[in-house]
Design a protein around this ligand. Structure first.
Ligand SMILES: Cc1cc2nc3c(=O)[nH]c(=O)nc-3n(C[C@H](O)[C@H](O)[C@H](O)COP(=O)(O)OP(=O)(O)OC[C@H]3O[C@@H](n4cnc5c(N)ncnc54)[C@H](O)[C@@H]3O)c2cc1C
Length: 463
C-alpha cells in the first residue's frame, strides 16, 4: 500500500479478522470502526460468550456482589461484525491469508489481529486436577462455578500460588468468612511482581486478615475421597492441609498453540511483534498483515531498553489494541508505536494496590512516601540509576507524578524531598526480587529479548 489507492480500497472493502473476542479484540474492533474502516469484520472467539471483563471475576463475583453473567464489557460503539463465537481458531495459513476454525471452516482475511490472550496453568497432575473441588480462575464460567462453591460454605479453601489472582481470591474468601490456607513457593506473596520488600507487607496483610499463609513450600499432591472430591493437599514440608476447595493459581500460559507450524513468530512466551504491533514471522521478519495485541503479545518497549515486554494488564490490552487497530488501516508513515507506560491495579485485604512502569525490572526500592509498617506507602523502583517503576499501597494519588519520572528516565534515587518520608524511606534498599531462574507463581510482567545493559541469560545445554 504505497499511495496507489489500495489503502483507501482496503479501508472501504477489505476484510479484517480478529481472533480472540475479549477485551483487546473488542476494543480493536471499535477502534477500526471509529477510524472509518468500512469493510468486513469477523470476530472469532472460542468462548461462547460475548466479550466480558475479567478483573471482577476474582473480586466482586467471588464476594457475591456481582453475577459472573453480568460482567459483559460495555460496548463503546457498534462494531457491525460477524461473530463466530464458541469455535476456536485452529490454524493459520499465512500465504493464503486464511484462518482455519476447529469446525473446519476457513475465514479469509486481508489483515488479521491476534488477541488470544492467556489461559490459567492447570494443576500439573491431570487426575488430581479432575477432582471435584479443584478450580482455576480465568474465565467467566470458572468464576461462576467457584462462586457457587464458595457460597456453599466450604470448611477450608486452599489457594496454591500467591500472585495477584491467588491473593485476590484469598482476600475474597476471607471477606466471606471462610478459612483459607495459601501455599506459595516463593518467600512471600506478590514477590515475583513486586519483590521481597513489598512482598513482606503483602504477607503481613494476609496474616492480619486471618489467612494461614505458608511460604517457601510447594503443594506436592492433592488427595480425593472415595466419591472423587478433593479432601486434602500434601505440602513439601511434610504437612497436610485438609481442604474441600483448591484453587490453582499458578500463572498463565499464552494461547499460541493454534499457530504452530504457521511460520509466525509465536511460542510459549507469546507472539513477538514490533512496537507498532506487527507480528514477526519465525525468521524475525516483520509481517505487514498480521498484528497482535493484549496478553498474548510481546513487544519491545523503548522506555525499557527495547526489551520485549509481555504484560497481563487490562490497560495494556486496551491501549495496545487501539494502536494495533490504528496501524492496521494506516500508511506506514502514519503508524504509531505502543509506548504507554505499563500500569496495573489490584485490590485485596482492603488495600488498593497500583503500579506503574516495570517494578520487576528494578533492583532497588525507596519508600518515598508513607510507611511499610502502615501498609500505606509509595515505593519507587530503581534500575541502573534511573526510576523504572513505582507501586502504591493505598497511596495512588501520587502515581502520575512517578509515571512522569519513569517517562523522563529520571535519576534514581529521586532527589526531591518529600514531606512525610519516614525512617524506612531515607535510603534505597535491595528490592529483593527472587532469582529469575527460580520459578515463582509467575509475575504479571515478563521480560524477554536482549538489551546490552541488562541481565544476560545463560544458556545451559541439557547435556
Ligand atoms: C481473574 C482475573 C483478574 C484480573 N484482574 C486484573 C486487575 O485487577 N488489573 C489488571 O490490570 N488486569 C487484571 N487482569 C488481567 C486482564 O483481565 C487481562 O490483561 C485482559 O483480560 C487481557 O485481555 P486480552 O483480550 O488480551 O486477553 P483475554 O482476556 O485472555 O482474551 C483472549 C480471548 O481469546 C480467546 N482465545 C484463545 N485462544 C483462542 C483461539 N484459538 N481461537 C479463538 N479464541 C481464542 C480466549 O478464550 C479469550 O476469550 C485480571 C485477569 C483475571 C483472569
Amino acid at each position: 500500500m504505497i499511495g496507489d489507492g489500495s489503502l483507501e480500497r482496503f479501508r472501504r472493502e477489505g476484510r479484517i479478522v480478529v481472533v480472540g473476542a475479549s477485551l483487546a479484540g473488542l476494543r480493536a474492533a471499535e477502534t477500526l470502526r471509529d477510524k472509518g474502516f468500512a469493510g468486513s469484520l469477523t470476530m472469532i472467539g472460542d468462548e461462547p460468550h460475548e466479550p466480558y471483563d475479567r478483573p471482577p471475576l476474582s473480586k466482586q463475583v467471588l464476594l457475591g456482589k456481582a453475577a459472573a453473567e453480568r460482567t459483559a464489557l460495555p460496548r463503546l460503539r457498534s462494531v457491525d461484525a460477524t461473530w463466530r463465537l464458541g469455535v476456536p481458531a485452529a490454524g493459520l495459513d499465512m500465504a493464503a491469508r486464511r484462518v482455519r476454525l476447529a469446525d473446519g471452516d476457513e475465514v479469509p482475511y486481508d489483515r488479521l489481529l491476534i488477541a488470544t490472550g492467556v489461559r490459567a496453568h492447570p494443576w500439573p497432575r491431570e487426575a488430581e486436577a479432575q477432582l471435584d473441588g479443584v478450580f482455576v480462575l480465568r474465565t467467566r464460567d470458572d468464576s461462576a462455578a467457584l462462586a457457587r462453591r464458595l457460597e456453599a460454605g466450604p470448611k477450608r479453601v486452599l489457594v496454591i500460588g500467591a500472585g495477584f489472582t491467588g491473593s485476590e481470591i484469598a482476600s475474597a474468601c476471607r471477606e466471606r468468612g471462610l478459612a483459607v490456607t495459601v501455599a506459595e513457593r516463593g518467600a512471600a506473596p506478590l514477590v515475583g511482581a513486586l519483590g521481597g520488600v513489598v512482598g513482606a507487607v503483602a504477607a503481613e496483610m494476609q496474616r492480619e486478615h486471618g489467612v494461614d499463609l505458608r511460604c517457601g513450600v510447594m503443594v506436592t499432591a492433592l488427595e480425593g475421597d472415595a466419591s472423587g472430591r478433593v479432601r486434602a493437599a500434601q505440602l513439601s514440608d511434610g504437612s497436610t492441609v485438609e481442604t474441600d476447595v483448591v484453587i490453582v493459581s499458578l500463572g498463565a500460559t499464552r494461547n499460541t498453540e493454534w499457530l504452530a507450524g504457521s511460520g509466525l513468530g509465536a511460542g510459549p512466551r507469546g507472539i513477538a511483534c514490533d512496537a507498532g504491533c506487527r507480528a514477526f514471522d519465525i525468521r524475525g521478519i516483520v509481517t505487514d498483515d498480521i498484528y497482535a495485541a493484549g496478553d498474548v503479545a510481546r513487544c519491545p518497549h523503548p522506555l525499557f531498553g527495547y526489551q520485549f515486554l509481555s504484560l497481563e494488564h487490562w490497560g495494556n490490552a486496551v491501549s495496545q489494541a487501539r494502536i494495533a487497530a490504528h496501524n492496521m488501516i494506516s500508511e506506514s508513515t502514519d503508524r504509531i508505536p505502543h509506548m504507554e507506560v505499563p500500569a496495573f491495579w489490584s485490590s485485596q485485604f482492603g488495600v488498593n494496590i497500583k503500579s506503574v512502569g516495570v517494578p520487576s525490572l528494578g533492583t532497588e526500592i525507596l519508600i518515598s512516601q508513607g510507611s511499610l509498617k502502615d501498609h500505606r506507602f509509595l515505593g519507587v523502583y530503581g534500575y541502573q540509576g534511573r526510576v523504572i517503576g513505582a507501586v502504591a499501597f493505598d497511596h495512588a494519588r501520587w502515581l502520575p507524578f512517578y509515571q512522569e519520572l519513569i517517562e523522563t528516565t529520571a535519576p534514581f534515587p529521586p532527589s526531591f524531598p518529600t514531606v512525610d518520608r519516614r525512617s524506612d524511606g531515607q535510603r534505597p534498599i535491595d528490592a529483593d526480587f527472587p532469582d529469575p531462574s527460580v520459578p515463582t507463581h509467575g509475575p504479571t510482567v515478563t521480560l524477554g529479548g536482549y538489551s546490552p545493559a541488562d541481565r544476560r541469560m545463560t544458556f545451559t545445554p541439557a547435556h
